[in-house]
Design a protein around this ligand. Structure first.
Ligand SMILES: [Ca+2]
Ligand SMILES: [Ca+2]
Length: 231
C-alpha cells in the first residue's frame, strides 16, 4: 500500500506542475498605469509600415477586468494598434505552442465594422498576422490567439500563406513588435479598450501528465523498497 504521506507529496507535485505549466511568461494587467504600452497607426498589409508611432493610450483606473485598463482613440484613416512594451519583446520562444491572450471591448463604436489583423507580430524579417473577429462588442471580450503554425499568416490577413513552425519560432525568438488591434470600425471615431494581455507557455499534453505520474509512481516504489530493506 502507498503510504499516505507519499501520496500527498505525489499529488502536491502534480498540482504544482499543473499550476505552473500554463503560467504567464509576461503580462500587463494595467493595475496602476499603462505599463509602457503605446499606440501606432499602420497602412496594414502587406508591408505593415508604421505611419504614426508613439501614441499615448489613455489610462482608466475604473474600467477593466478587473479595474485598470487602457484605451486608444482612432486618430486617422490608417489602422490603429496598441503596441507592446519591451518586456513582451526579444526572445519569447518559450511561448511557441502557447498563446497570446487579452481582453478588449469598444468604448465608442464607429458606424460599421471593418476588418484587419487582430494581432501583428514582427521579427526575424517577417510579419505574421492573426485574425480573430471583426465584431468586437461593447462588453469585455476574451480573445485567444494560439501561437501555433497554421493560425498565423505571413503579412496578409486574408490571403497570405500560413506561417510554418520554423517561421513562427523564428519570429517569437526575435520579436521586435507585438501589436493588438484598436481598429474595428469605420470611419475615424472609435475608442478601443485593452486589459489582461498575457503571453502564455504551452500547456503540456495529457501524455506528459501520464508520464509524470508514471515517473512519480516508480519513485514511490523505490522509496518503499528502500524503507522495507532498512526495516
Ligand atoms: Ca486590469
Ligand atoms: Ca476607424
Amino acid at each position: 500500500m502507498i503510504r499516505p504521506s507519499l501520496l500527498v507529496v505525489c499529488c502536491l507535485t502534480f498540482l504544482s506542475y499543473s499550476a505552473t505549466a500554463a503560467s504567464s511568461l509576461v503580462s500587463s494587467t494595467f493595475d496602476s498605469d499603462a505599463d509602457g504600452w503605446t499606440g501606432l497607426t499602420t497602412d496594414g498589409s502587406p508591408f505593415w509600415t508604421s505611419i504614426t508611432s508613439g501614441l499615448t493610450p489613455t489610462y482608466s483606473s475604473s474600467d477593466g477586468m478587473p479595474a485598470g485598463s487602457i484605451t486608444l482613440a482612432d486618430p486617422d484613416w490608417q489602422w490603429t494598434y496598441f503596441s507592446a512594451p519591451g518586456k513582451f519583446l526579444g526572445n519569447q520562444s518559450a511561448a511557441f505552442g502557447g498563446s497570446l491572450q487579452f481582453d478588449s471591448r469598444y468604448v465608442m463604436a464607429g458606424t460599421s465594422y471593418s476588418n484587419e489583423a487582430e494581432v501583428v507580430l514582427k521579427g526575424a524579417g517577417l510579419t505574421l498576422v492573426y485574425e480573430i473577429t471583426n465584431s468586437l462588442p461593447a462588453t469585455w471580450t476574451h480573445l485567444d490567439a494560439a501561437l501555433v503554425a497554421g493560425a498565423w499568416r505571413v503579412a496578409d490577413t486574408f490571403s497570405g500563406t500560413f506561417a510554418t513552425d520554423a517561421q513562427l519560432l523564428a519570429v517569437l525568438s526575435n520579436l521586435n513588435a507585438l501589436w493588438i488591434n484598436a481598429e474595428h470600425f469605420t470611419p475615424v471615431m472609435e475608442v478601443i479598450a485593452l486589459d489582461n494581455v498575457n503571453l502564455l507557455a504551452p500547456v503540456p499534453e495529457p501524455e506528459s501528465y501520464a508520464m509524470l505520474l508514471a515517473g512519480l509512481s516508480v519513485l514511490g516504489l523505490i522509496a518503499r523498497r528502500r524503507k522495507t530493506r532498512q526495516e
